[in-house]
Design a binder for this molecule. Structure first.
Ligand code: NAD
Length: 478
């Protein structure tokens, strides 16, 4: 079995404590696909020390913006070059479709290209105080920026925050998710190395959240944290950051709803649902996990959604034609089963799916629940699986109430042909991003983040760069 290592100070290294490792499985076969060193506190210390030294050397901070941009574009090119080999590993460790896994490296490249364009636009301003004072502001990086990454989009999510932190001049330590560390430790790190990134600017370690993750967030030399993951862990990270009074970007979970109005094109809803709740086996933070349909079209829509769910081809992510891939682990599969059982016990009707698939691997059937009531657990909690809850509404106020009545606020959507209704809904729905007549309309350039418990700050787009910069004011007595 192939062995993988941390990438610290420009070198691939084992853990300080020999023998500490994590075995990574293919969720489709339940078989081991790789073994990686598992970071403990000493490894975290080494990675942070390496980042701190590189930051103090000012190699990135003093690098002329155009040069920093060129370096980022080199990283982007190298990421594109490794997309095939990296995608293969990512497909195996995560279970996702091979083309989607390869695309994550292209997506990562797009982030580096996009933020390369901002390196020379980090501008301060001059402030009139009086004729004897020259006063100006400058944005500066924080220093060592820690990035804690989830397993659902390991490469895209990492690149999203890393590219921005790098463009801002920070040195970084990345802790990969313990379930999907291999593609980052190998292909991603290789792209960084091949691009000629000076040693220490980007360090990658793998370890458990309760171990290395905790140690990294609590480390005295970490000056800023970027976290993408569950609400529960996000809160733990915010506590740790508050303890040291450092800023944190937190991108958390969701329970996003699509409101389907009477005039909507139902086929657009079904097309969107295919990717937005059954794609990636529903393990998407901004998944369309609820559909709130007007009474007049609800039954027709439920039939169409059930037909879609039962038609999806189950298979390994690397097989041509596969549409439904496994969820990440047995633990996640059991969680989804429990949610499904709770929905049925509460009176919801599984018109498609509802059970694990009878085959090897962590597969759950594409599931559509009808007759879901707003207070049911399956309408309130993030399931993180291919399970769609359909709720019914009579008038628009009720639709908005149902849509907004969860603790989350990551995304929401509306399907209608009436642009006035669409904009009205867009203003009333709670969510950091609102989709109209589609789902996932964004790109690397569109700011993304949560309302309510789905987190705060924004990743992507120009807005994100400010999260990785602190402001200094300089006053000169003339
Ligand atoms: P998770 O919170 O279990 O883990 C995320 C990361 O945090 C992992 O690397 C884990 O090792 C680490 N971690 C766990 N405990 C820690 C601790 N105490 N201190 C430091 N690090 C710790 O989340 P997950 O299961 O990997 O990912 C799924 C969740 O992520 C879902 O809720 C999903 O909605 C969310 N997510 C959000 C976004 C977004 O942009 N808003 C994107 C992707 C995923």
């Amino acid at each position: 079995m192939e062995k993988y290592q941390h990438y610290i100070n420009g070198k691939w290294v084992d853990s300080v404590v020999k023998g500490e490792s994590i075995i990574v499985n293919d969720p489709a076969t339940e078989e081991a696909v790789g073994e990686i060193s598992c970071a403990v506190k000493d490894d975290v210390d080494l990675a942070v020390e390496s980042a701190k030294k590189s930051y103090e050397s000012r190699i990135l901070v003093d690098m002329p913006p155009m040069e920093r941009a060129n370096l980022m574009r080199k990283i982007a090119n190298e990421l594109r070059k490794v997309s095939k080999e990296g995608g293969k590993i990512l497909c195996l460790e995560n279970g996702k479709l091979l083309p989607a896994a390869e695309f994550e490296f292209v997506d990562a490249a797009n982030y580096f290209d996009y933020y390369s364009g901002l390196t020379d636009k980090i501008e301060g301003r001059t402030i009139p105080v009086n004729s004897q004072v020259m006063d100006y502001t400058i944005y500066e990086p924080y220093g060592v920026s820690a990035h804690i990454v989830p397993w659902n989009y390991p490469i895209s999510m990492l690149a999203r925050s890393l590219s921005c932190a790098f463009a801002a001049g920070n040195s970084t330590v990345i802790k990969t998710a313990e379930l999907t560390p291999l593609s980052t430790a190998s292909a991603f790190a290789k792209a960084i190395d091949n691009a000629g990134v000076p040693a220490g600017l980007i360090n990658i370690i793998c370890g458990y959240g309760s171990g290395a993750g905790n140690d990294l967030t609590a480390h005295k030399d970490v000056s800023q944290v970027s976290f993408t993951g569950s609400v529960k862990t996000g809160k733990a990270i915010l506590h740790a950051a508050a303890e040291r009074a450092i800023p944190a970007v937190v991108e958390l979970g969701g329970k996003s709803a699509a409101v389907v109005m009477p005039d909507a094109d139902l086929d657009k809803v079904v097309n969107a649902a295919k990717g937005a709740i059954f794609g990636q086996a529903g393990q998407i933070c901004s998944a369309m996990s609820r559909v709130i349909a007007h009474k007049s079209i609800k039954n027709e829509l439920v039939d169409k959604l059930a037909n879609l769910a039962t038609s999806l081809k189950v298979g390994h992510g690397s097989e041509d034609g596969t549409e439904l891939t496994p969820v990440i682990s047995e633990e996640q599969l059991q969680k989804i089963e429990n949610f499904s059982r709770s929905g049925q016990q509460a009176g919801a009707n599984a018109v498609a799916g509802g059970n694990r698939v009878d085959r090897k691997g962590y597969y759950f059937e594409a599931t559509v629940f009808d007759n879901v009531q707003p207070e049911m657990t399956i309408a309130q909690e993030e399931i993180f699986g291919p399970v769609l809850s359909v709720l019914e509404y009579n008038d628009q106020d009720e639709a908005i109430d149902i849509a907004n009545n969860t603790e989350f606020g990551l995304a929401a959507g509306v399907f209608t042909n009436d642009v006035n209704q669409a904009t009205k809904m867009a203003s009333q729905l709670n969510g950091g991003q609102i989709y109209v007549n589609s789902w996932f309309t964004g790109s690397v350039a569109t700011p993304f983040g949560g309302y309510k418990q789905s987190g705060y700050s924004r990743e992507k787009g120009q807005e994100a760069i400010k999260s990785y910069l602190q402001l200094k004011n300089v006053g000169i007595q003339l």
